[in-house]
Every structure is written in structure tokens, then in C-alpha cells.
Design a protein around this ligand. Sequence first.
Ligand code: NDP
Length: 450
Amino acid sequence: MNEAMKEVYDSVQSRDPDQPEFHQAVEEVLESLGPVIEKQPKYIPVVKAIVEPERIIQFRVPWYDDNGDLHVNRGFRIQMNGAIGPYKGGLRFHPSVNQSILKFLAFEQVFKNSLTGLPLGGGKGGSDFDPKGKSEAEVRRFCQSFMMELWRHIGADLDVPAGDIGVGGREVGYMFGMYRKLANEFTGVLTGKGMSYGGSLIRPEATGYGTVYFAREMLSTKDKSFHGARVAISGSGNVAQFAAEKVIDLGGKPVTLSDSSGFIYDSEGIDRQKLAYVMDLKNNRRGRIKEYAKEYGCEYTETEPEPNLNGLWGVEVDIALPCATQNEMNGEEAKMLVDNGCVAVAEGANMPCTPEAIECFHQHGLLFAPGKASNAGGVATSGLEMSQNSLRLNWPREEVDRRLEEIMVNIHRNSSETAKKYGMEGNYVAGANIAGFLKVAESMEAQGLL
Ligand code: NDP
């Protein structure tokens, strides 16, 4: 790492020693910025500022369960960087949520949002609330209580949250209803809304579709495609489901899916009918992925809780799309993919591959797409939802999908050309980090580094 960047990194570590996920995200970006800083040392102060959130809001979220007992969760919103637009980023409800995880996500979001080419700053938020096993009424009461505090810190021109792990259309709906009541206005303050009250077509599909569009672009640089490819996908939530759908559209064969209890391996491939079953299972019945194995008679492997998929990446595939959570693939698992002849990995989740895994892909010449480039389609389409809300218009499905695809093609081109310009051809990590950084850095500098 460049000397000046090392100094910034050391100070990040010593200021918040108990934030390993945040350190990991910062280290990856600062490593990429070396060549930029050598050419333009004027950006050193920008880097010092960019690693510090503009504002962190932490609050109490009390709610009553169905037995009338009180629970108290923690709510957060990290407003990381507003230099190029209103803060934008999802809300995560998961028991693992803490400041380290949200700061890493908010930090990544700054560069991702910049890469989309849309005027979006970076933010992230959420709670350590676990929606699993809660009744409908409990989830509703929690969402309402969460918004009872968050509403005063957000706004259509200030900060526009969306969904993430544990926050889908249902939760966004409950939070939007509470915001509307408290603020006494109907504005596009959240994205991922239902179609009947200001949502955008293609928003649910956008992150998964976008990841596959990006991977398709990357594969085409080596004259390869999804056609006939076997694809490992982790997760079975929003991103995984629609990544699988787009893989099928492009003639590929998804063979795995997972949740935090285990993974299925369907060597015949997950076709449209089986995927419809998964969507119903996960989105309506809120069941576990092992039920798929019973339904279709395929292999199911139980895994340890917490992000270790114990064998999913050992399956023989051409392409891997990690779409579950951070650090779900380590160096050894990456090596298994390499040994099995995998040619490309695109991150649908945020930071699912550890630094050792990424190093392994680069060493062995695999195509590797970092999440901040390949999963940017979700936030980009949220940006399109904001535009439609401001215009008070709804664009048709084809129009939104066309814009999403165009944005993903542009992000691919921009990351690829930037990597080449800075002497790291084929390194999408460096290309995305540098391209995302430059736009924000220029804006921060022009605004006097406040
Ligand atoms: P969902 O909650 O819809 O799905 C998450 C999936 O990952 C579930 O199958 C879940 O299993 C699994 N999972 C979550 N935590 C763990 C864990 N610790 N170990 C093993 N499996 C786990 O979330 P999304 O699909 O929306 O998000 C997935 C990833 O994509 C996240 O990293 C998110 O930040 C990222 N992302 C999402 C975007 C979006 O638009 N939704 C945009 C950009 C990035 P289980 O149900 O058992 O918990």
C-alpha cells in the first residue's frame, strides 16, 4: 500500500479497533488508490475525509411481541458521503448488524453509487432485529417503531433508504406507511416500494439482473457467455432469485442455492418452474431451502450458521455468483472453484469474497467482478425509482430494464478502461475503486472538503 494511504489506514484502525469489516472494505479501496495518489497527491486530504462518515445516527427501537413483552433493538443510519447527491443505501435487519458492518456497507455504497453515473450519495442503515420467526404483526410493529425515529433524519432530497438483507417489499411498505403518517407528505423517501404506491417495475429484479448483465459483459471480453454454463449461486433471497432468473434467460444453468441453514445442489439445473417454487417458498411461505431438496429429490447439505457455506463452492461450475452475505467465500473455497475450472466470479452480495479469495482469482487469471460494480444495478434502479417519483410517472418494464442494462454496460466499460489507464488491465477491483473514487473526490474538493 502507498505510504500516504497506509497512514490513513492505520488511523482508521486505531480509531475504531473493533470494526474488522469496515477495515477490510477500507483496506481494499486504499490499496487500489496508490497509483491515483502518486499522480494526484492533492487527493490525500480527500481520502482522510472519505473514510469518516459525515454522520452516524443510533437509536432505540422498542417494540412489543405478540405476548405483550417489550423488546429493545438498536437502529442505525450511517450517512457516509453526500458530495454527489442525497445519501442512498439500504436498510438491513439481521442479528449481526453493528456499526462495523454498516460502516463497511455505507463506505462501499459511496463508490458504487458514484459508478452508476447517477447523483446518489452513499449511506446504509438497519437494525440488529431478526425478522426470522416473527409474526406478521411483530414485523409490522417493529418497522413502525423503527421509522418513528428514522423519519426525522431522512427525506426525498436528504437520504433515501431501500431494502437489504431482511428488508424486502413488505418491510419497505410498513416503513413507508409510517413515514407518510409522521411527515404528512407523500414523497419518494424510500425505494423498493410496491407498484401501487410509487414503486418501479424491475426494482425487485434489478440487483440480480444487473449482476448477470455485468458478468455477461466481463465474459464477452474472453469470447465466453452464459450459454450452456453451469452456475453456482449462493443465497436464495432477492438477489439470488433474480440472478438465477437472468442466468436461465441467457441459456445458463443455475445448480445451487442456499440459506443460512444449508445449500441445495441440483445437478439437473434449476429451471423456471423450480425457480417459481423457490420464489413462493421464500417470499410467500418464508420456508427453508431444504424443502426444495425434498420437493425435487436433489442433494441438500446442512451448514454451520454464519457465513461459511461449507462446500457450496466445491461444486463443479463455470461461473460463480455469491449472492448471500459478506465473507461467505474464503481463499480455500476460491481455490476449489479454480481447481474445478471456474472462469468467472461476479459478486451479487456486498464483499462476499475475502481478500484471500480475490487474491486467488487474480493469481489464477479468473474474471472477477467486485460487488460495488456488479451489484450496482439495485441502487441504480432505486435511482430510477426516485426519478419516476419526482416526475410522478411510471416507466414501462422494458424502459427500466433497458436503462438498467445500459448502466451495467457503462459500469463495466468504465471499470475496465480505468483499470487499463492506471496500468492494471483486467483488474475490475482497482478499476471500480478508482473510477468510483475520482467523481466523489472531485466533488468533495470542489465543495471545500466539508
Ligand atoms: P435477502 O434477505 O433477500 O436474502 C439473503 C440471503 O442470504 C438469504 O438466503 C439468507 O438466508 C442468506 N444469508 C444471509 N445471511 C447469511 C449468513 N450469515 N450465512 C449464510 N447465508 C446467509 O437479502 P438480499 O438478497 O437483498 O441481499 C443479499 C446480498 O446482496 C447482501 O450482501 C446485500 O447487501 C447485497 N445487495 C442487495 C441489494 C438489493 O437490492 N437487495 C443491492 C446490492 C447488494 P436466510 O434466509 O437463512 O437468512
